[in-house]
Write a protein that binds this ligand. Sequence first.
Ligand code: PLP
Length: 503
Amino acid sequence: MLITLDGRETLQRQVYRAVRAQILAGQLGPGTRLPTTRGLSEQLGVSRNTVVAAYRQLTDEGYAVARTGSGSFVANTLPEQHLEGISAQLLGEAASDGSQAGPDTAEPSTPLSTRARRIGAVAPRRLGWEMPRHPVEIDFRYGEPGFADVPLETWWRLTARRARRATARQLGYGPRAGAPELQRALAGYLARARGVRCTPGQVLIVHGTQQAIDLTIRTLVDPGDPVAVEEPGYFGITYALLAHGARVRLIAVDPQGMPFDGLVAAGAVRGIFVTPSHQFPTGGILPLRRRLALLEHAAHMGAFVFEDDYDGEYRYDGRPIESLQGLDPAGRVLYAGSASKLLFPALRIGWLVVPEELVDPFQQAKALCDTGSPGLDQLVLADFIEEGHLERYIRRARLCHAARREALAEAVARYLGEAAHLEGTGAGVHGLLWLPDVPADRQAEVRRACARRSVGVYPVRPHYRNPPPRAGFVLGFAGLEPPAITEGIARLAQAIDEVMGHA
Ligand SMILES: Cc1ncc(COP(=O)(O)O)c(C=O)c1O
C-alpha cells in the first residue's frame, strides 16, 4: 500500500487523511488489516507516536477498529455508509442518491478548526433534524407528538396574552439560566410527574435536549475522554461526543436497557449517557435494580450520568417510572427533558437539571453560547404548566396513546404473527418492530414497497453504530388513530410478502 503525505497540516493530520482517503476510495477494503504502526512510521519517516495518534483518530471516528494483539483493521461499516442511512432518513429519499448527503471532501480555502473538521468527518454534511413530509396516508413517523392531540388553541391564547402584556424587562436580555417563572413551574412539575428533586435554581432552560447534550459535553468532557453511550442509541449524543473528540464506548442494550455488566466491561468512563425511562430506540425500561447499580458505579468512578428523559411521561403499565435523578443521593445525575415530544419541536425549549455544585459552570457555558433562550415562549410555557394545562393534556394523551399502542400490538399479532417481534411499547410513543426473516439489506425494498402503499415506515438501522443483520422499523404511533394503525400494519404485511416473494 502506497501512502503519501501532502505536506499540509500537522504530520498526524496528514497520516490520518492519507489513510482515510485510501479507505474511502476502497483501496483499503472493509476488514483489511492496516499496516503496523511501526511499518508505516518507517515507510513515511515519521515517529511511531504520530501514526499511533492518527490510527486512534481513525478508530474513534469509526473508520477502523483496533483488536488487542492483532492490530487495526478497516471497519466493516464506514461512518459515511452509516451516515447515509441517517441522511436518507433525516433528509429524505432524495438524499440517499448520494448527491446531497455524505461528507464534503472539498477543503474550504478558509482553514477550519479541528472541531469543525471533526464534525465534517463524523456527521453527514446536511445533518439536521427536519424529517421530510412524504405525502403518505399512514405515516409511522416518530420523534413528534400527535399534533392533533396538543391543545394548540390554549397555547396560542396564552401566547397572545403574554405578548400583549410584555414589559420592558421581559423584552430585554433575560437571566442566563432562563425565566424564573419557568424554572419554578418546571421544578414543581418535575417533582410531581417525574420524581426529580431540585430547587428552581438547578433548572437551566435550554434549546431542547440537544443543547443540554452539547453543554454537558463542553462542560464535563475533554477530548480523548471515554464516555459510555447506548448501542443502539440516540445519534444526537454520539455525534456530539465524536465531534468533541471524546472516545465513545458503546454499551449494547438488552430488552431492559443498559446492562450493568456491559457498563462495567467498558471500564472507567468520564460520563454515561442513558435513556432509562424508555431506551431510545429499543424501548426498554431500566429496572430499579439496574438504576441503583448504575448510580453506585457512577459514584464509584466519579462519572456523571446524563439522563435523557425524552418521553418518560408516557408509561402504560403502572405509574410513570421515576427518574434516575430522584434516586441519586450523590448528585451525579444531570436530568434533561424537552417540550419537543410533549408540545412541539419548533418551540426549541428544553430543561437541564444540574447538581447544585454545577449550576454556575453550566449557566456560564449557556450564557457564552447564546445569552439565553427566547423569553416570551418561556413565560407562556410557565403559564401552561402553572394553570394545569400540561398535566391535564398529558393525562388525556396517555389514554389515547394506550389505545393506539393496543391497536399496534393487535395488528402486529394479526397480520404478521410469528414473522415479527414488537418490542419497547411499555412506555413512550413508538415501538420497535423486528422482522427476523427479512435481511437488513432488503429493508429499503420493504420501505419502498410500503411507500407504494402510502405507508411511511422508518428503519432502526441509523441508530446503530454496528447495525444488526435483520430488518427492524421504529414505528411511531402518536399521530395515528387505531383504525389507521391497523390498516398500516396490514399494508406493511403485504409489502413484506411482495419483497420476500410470498405474495
Ligand atoms: C432520544 C432523544 N433524545 C433527545 C432528542 C432531542 O430532542 P430536542 O432537542 O428536540 O429536545 C431526541 C429527538 O429526536 C431524541 O429522540
